[in-house]
Design a protein around this ligand. Structure first.
Ligand SMILES: Nc1ncnc2c1ncn2[C@@H]1O[C@H](COP(=O)(O)OP(=O)(O)O)[C@@H](O)[C@H]1O
Ligand SMILES: [Mg+2]
Length: 338
């Protein structure tokens, strides 16, 4: 429309014998500027959104900086190596209440628990009894008010936060997927993963069933993650296979599929301790079954803490510990029935 209008004006002026060449150039230049500005106008809402997001990011960075300065969580001085991380974990006389809670609102009261190396332990108990809090203390998101936690006999306060947290794999009830491809979501757990590692993690997590495949020709298995994965497989459910974009918060995948991608992401970093916090509780019966199979496979590979409301989810655990109002009410050895 703009072009048409400019050409009309130019034609009129040329006809009237004005300095036609210069006029035409000016009008074309003006028309281009007009088009460029209108393209920019289309993106105006995005500018607003970007500014708001940038402001949030800056605020978070500022909060992290300020938090790091006066945080009660002090960094340790020793690397938690994979060798130490796969040793036993012990909670010794732990008392804890959240900093914002009232006096005497203890979540854990003289909590004592020893998790042996390689053991899978199920934490059961009513909602609010303190199961997730046990893992938050292990991550050192909070410090116990009394008592301490050790890994391989060493207090966890001794380890650097980075090395401590890098040893954990974590799968929670509502998986957080990014709006990018399945492959990138899995690789997020290990940025330099090879295609072989991605395929293995996806297999353990029972993802293969919906992402891949048949007829893998086996080539390229040890090269860095890239095109080969797509070339070597035929896909079943998702035509774009590993390159399927997950959508905002993974909304293009079903609940069970999202959870399995999240498990693959946790598995790929080869964690020495896996924490599964109500990982199947939001799923329907069928998805629960396939995801549970994936989790059972994961549990055999490292020490694991499985948190579940339903006892049926803990059937494969070596031990089941029931927490009641911050103390251990039962500690049941599941292996003795086998
Ligand atoms: N960040 C928090 N701040 C204050 N209180 C919390 C926080 N997180 C959990 N709580 C409280 O601590 C108790 C234990 O919570 P949680 O460990 O999440 O229970 P569970 O995982 O067994 O359902 C609950 O009473 C809960 O309301
Ligand atoms: Mg919880």
């Amino acid at each position: 429309m703009g072009y048409f209008f400019c050409c009309l004006v130019a034609a009129h002026n040329i006809k009237a014998g004005k300095d036609a060449e210069k006029q035409l150039m000016c009008i074309i230049a003006f028309a281009y500027s007009f088009v460029a500005v209108s393209f920019m106008m289309v993106n105006t809402p995005d500018f607003g959104r970007s500014f708001r997001s940038a402001r949030k990011i800056i605020a978070i960075q500022q909060a992290i900086k300020e938090g790091a300065q006066d945080s009660t969580i002090k960094d340790g001085y020793e690397e938690l190596t994979p060798e130490i991380a796969q040793k036993e974990i012990e909670f010794v006389g732990v008392w804890f209440k959240y900093p914002t809670a009232d006096e005497d609102m203890w979540v854990l009261r003289d909590f004592n628990l020893k998790i042996n190396a390689g053991e899978s332990i199920g934490l059961a108990g009513e909602s609010g009894c303190g199961k997730s809090t046990v893992t938050a203390l292990l991550y050192r998101f909070y410090e116990p008010d009394q008592g301490y936690i050790t890994i391989g006999g060493k207090p966890i306060t001794q380890f650097t936060l980075k090395s401590l947290r890098a040893c954990f794999g974590f799968v929670q009830q509502e998986p957080l997927l990014f709006n990018t491809t399945i492959m990138e979501n899995i690789i997020y757990g290990k940025s330099n993963a090879t295609s072989d590692e991605i395929l293995k993690a996806a297999k353990i997590a029972n993802c293969s069933e919906f992402i891949e495949k048949r007829d893998f020709d086996g080539e390229g298995a040890d090269s860095t993650a890239n095109e080969e994965i797509d070339n070597d497989y035929r896909y079943v459910d998702l035509p774009d296979g590993y390159k399927t974009v997950c959508g905002s918060r993974g909304n293009k995948l079903s609940g069970g599929q999202k959870q399995r991608v999240a498990i693959a992401r946790a598995v790929i970093s080869n964690p020495k301790l896996m924490i599964l916090d109500e990982a199947t509780s939001a799923l329907d019966e069928h998805s629960q079954k396939v995801v549970q199979e994936a989790l059972d496979a994961v549990m055999t590979k490292c020490t694991s803490i499985v948190i579940a409301h339903r006892l049926s989810t803990l059937g494969k655990c070596d031990r089941i510990v029931r927490i009641e109002r911050g103390v251990i009410a039962d500690d049941y050895d599941n292996r003795k029935d086998e």
